[in-house]
Design a protein around this ligand. Structure first.
Ligand code: ARG
Ligand code: ASP
Length: 720
């Protein structure tokens, strides 16, 4: 048979940009051309009905979405992880077994967890900056601005009865106020076991193809008038006027998508000089130090289950940055971002010199270059201080001994002294619980080897003395430290507290952990901190003007502000990844691929029995598609850290997934967005619903949601 191929012009645009929702009108035409089917004011408006009221800042660094009128919040598994750790123990191991409340009474209040709604945003640049020149000294400027900000915030709080906070955008060339409400009674509703929610662990982290059901569910509770209230058993589920409707009819490659959430930090307008520091100093040093630390940790974790449990969450944190930076360095290189920046800077400089109106601009790049280059050495040293020296847990924990020393300064004795000390020691229990001195000793040996070779000329004097005193033998030195220090175990700390007399303060002052910490601190305070602060202040000033000039140079371009953990909308398409030739993988993964990875001997690739059974019988209910179960998908939305948990929406603004990561090839998107390589990764909403319904048996939650599309059966409510 002859195949006729039509070459249909499929739009290949991936869209760089994280837009302030209140400015989306300016993009309406483009978004509609890309496929958006709803008016912009459904996405954002100020009368309480916009979708902005359904996206929340979850905790301090994630995003969540409201998916029912009763305040149900969907976010990532890794965003709920910390809260669940608080409830998990060997009897109730929610990481191993998951957690599904059977009704509202079973939902678990999460101490300290908050959820923040953005009711409205307003550009207050004129109010903040009126009459304040661009080039007056920052010290004066900042004080003036801070005063105004606090007065404006107060006004808004008074007139709205809500919280208000102003943040700088475009490096301080714009200011926006957000009118917010922060709810403090948040309860855990559903959490899949790690075998689903963290499936693939660090191996699959930052990678495509991906097989993780990275979601969890919480509920917002409110006081009697639906306003924020402290936890109370009598609080009611937050009554949400605006929430996300779910669509389970799926998507295909090329379909329009939006991500609505809180990206944390990006530096898209950075100079080549500062970028060079990222990829030639910060990233490589951090990667090298962390490679050593992770090697040691993994070795010990493989040998002992106890050590494994102590370090699994710490390892995830350390490995997350470590892997992302490797993707970043590679991506910056592949794209020759330095070359692109330099070319831009050349044209910028030519413009700045020629344009009389922007007389402040001609000097910016040379000044940035001088400032940056003069800091390279100090930045290098400080990275070794932070990643190699403070990378040893014993040394960073030395800070806690400061509190012990403070107790002695109170001039207490007898029971008063021991009781106070016992309290301080109690505060260290969390550290001790997750600490293994033998593991850390090997980290010390490995990291000090780098510290002494790569940072030889800038070592704290105490480090050098000790090294010499131990015959230049790091192993010998380590042996001494870990034998002597009180931090080696909680028992040692407790025994010390119980028997302490006032003269024992000298024992702390002589403790090697304290001495190491103190020596580093003195060095940093003397040589580094002030210089760094000056440098950052200088760069803040230059970056503000550089940003302003970049916008002036290109008046027709619509700029987006760098991420600053405020509400943004990105838009793009469902899209596979083929950076260097034909795509190796589909844009979507399925449950069959999850089960194919099953490995009962692996901690991260072990598929739960019940999930395998559901797969074997293809028991997908209304969530499957012709006998397959979608798991995760790729799209080309511009996202960053903080976008975890963000709703991923179709052209009608309906929920089709929950964002949780980016592909390795594109993690440089925090500095440079390449439409061919930058992809966000989301859990398919159908997988989420399938796990809740069929795996968790929590159909009562499905009944709260508003679900459209899918097969005929989808119209039938699930059984309770
Ligand atoms: N890389 C994702 C993000 O930056 C997910 C991290 C959690 N998962 C993990 N395996 N550590 O947050
Ligand atoms: N995983 C990230 C987060 O937790 C998202 C990202 O960096 O793409 O916010």
């Amino acid at each position: 048979m002859l195949l006729i191929s039509f070459s249909i012009q499929i739009k290949t645009t991936a869209k760089e940009g994280m837009w302030i929702p209140a400015t989306l009108k300016a993009h309406e035409k483009d978004m509609k051309a890309e496929g958006l089917e709803i008016p912009i004011d459904k996405i954002y408006n100020e009368n309480g009905t916009g979708l902005n009221n359904a996206v929340v800042l979850f905790g301090r660094g994630c995003t969540g979405e409201i998916i029912s009128t009763k305040g149900l919040v969907l976010t990532n598994h890794h965003c709920g992880y910390g809260s669940v750790q608080g409830f998990s123990n060997t009897e109730n191991d929610y990481f191993a077994n998951g957690f599904w409340a059977k009704n509202m009474k079973e939902e678990l209040p999460c101490k300290g967890l908050t959820v923040t709604f953005i009711r409205r945003m307003e550009n207050v640049t004129d109010k903040v900056l009126a009459g304040i020149g661009d080039t007056i000294r920052d010290s004066i400027r900042d004080t003036l601005i801070a005063k105004r900000i606090s007065a404006i915030e107060k006004d808004y709080m008074k007139s709205t009865g809500m919280d208000a906070s102003i943040k700088p955008y475009f490096k301080g060339n714009q200011y926006w106020i957000a009118i917010t409400q922060t709810y403090k009674d948040i309860r855990l509703v559903g959490f899949p076991p790690n075998g689903i929610g963290a499936f693939g662990g660090d191996v699959e982290n930052w990678m495509w193809p991906r097989h993780t059901g990275d979601f969890s569910m919480f509920r917002v509770y409110a006081g009697q008038d639906n306003s924020p209230a402290d936890y109370a058993a009598t609080n009611k589920p937050y009554n949400a006027e605006s929430f996300f409707h779910i669509n389970v009819s799926g998507y295909k490659e090329g379909d329009f998508t939006m991500v609505y959430g809180f990206p944390g930090t990006t530096e898209e307008y950075i100079s080549s000089y500062a970028l060079k520091q990222v990829y030639s100093i910060a990233d490589p040093i951090s990667i090298a130090c962390r490679t050593r630390k992770l090697d040691v940790w993994s070795k010990h974790m493989d040998l002992s289950r106890e050590t494994f449990l102590k370090y699994t969450s710490k390892r995830a944190g350390v490995a997350n940055g470590w892997k992302k930076w490797q993707g970043e360095v590679a991506g910056l290189k592949v794209n020759d971002v330095m070359g692109k920046k330099q070319a831009f800077e050349k044209s910028f400089q030519a413009w700045a010199v020629a344009d009389k109106a922007a007389d402040y601009a001609a000097d910016l790049l040379p000044q940035m270059r001088t400032a940056a280059e003069s800091m390279d050495q100090l930045l290098t040293e400080d990275l070794y201080n932070r990643e190699a020296a403070f990378g040893v847990e014993l040394i960073s924990q030395g800070a806690a001994l400061e509190n012990v020393i403070k107790c002695f300064r109170l001039n207490l004795s007898g029971d008063a002294l021991t009781d106070t000390l016992k309290k301080v020691m109690k505060g260290m229990e969390w550290f001790s619980k997750n600490y293994d001195a033998a593991t850390d000793k090997d980290v010390f040996i490995s990291l000090m080897t780098v510290y002494f070779t790569k940072n030889a000329y800038s070592l704290p004097p105490y480090f050098k003395e000790q090294y010499l005193a131990h015959g230049q033998d790091i192993i010998n030195w380590a042996y001494d430290i870990y034998n002597t220090t009180l931090l080696a175990s909680q028992e040692k700390l407790n025994t010390f507290a119980e028997n302490a007399i006032p003269a024992d303060s000298t024992k702390i002052l002589k403790d090697p952990a304290w001495q190491l910490y103190n020596a580093l601190n003195i060095l940093r305070k003397g040589k580094i901190v002030a210089a760094l602060n000056d440098y950052n202040a200088r760069m803040k000033y230059l970056n503000r003007l550089y940003m302003k000039a970049q916008m002036e140079k290109n008046k027709t371009k619509v700029f987006y502000p760098d991420a600053n953990l405020t509400l943004r909308v990105s838009y793009g398409q469902v899209k596979g990844l083929k950076p260097d030739g034909p795509a190796k993988y589909s844009y979507q993964t399925t449950l069959g691929e999850v089960v194919a990875l099953d490995d009962s001997t692996s901690d991260i690739f072990k598929v739960p029995k019940k999930l395998k059974e559901l797969y074997r019988t293809r028991d997908y209910g209304r969530w499957g598609v012709n006998g397959t179960m979608p798991v995760a998908f790729l799209a080309s939305n511009h996202t960053s850290g903080g976008n975890s948990g963000s709703p991923v929406l179709n052209s009608k603004g309906e929920l089709i997934g929950t964002n949780f990561d980016r592909a390795f090839e594109g993690t440089m998107s925090d500095y440079y967005f390449d439409p061919n390589r930058c992809r966000n990764i989301s859990v398919d909403i159908r997988y989420t619903l399938f796990i809740i319904d069929k795996f968790g048996g929590a159909g009562w939650l499905i009944d709260e949601m508003d679900i459209a599309g899918g097969s005929q059966k989808a119209k039938v409510k699930s059984k309770k």
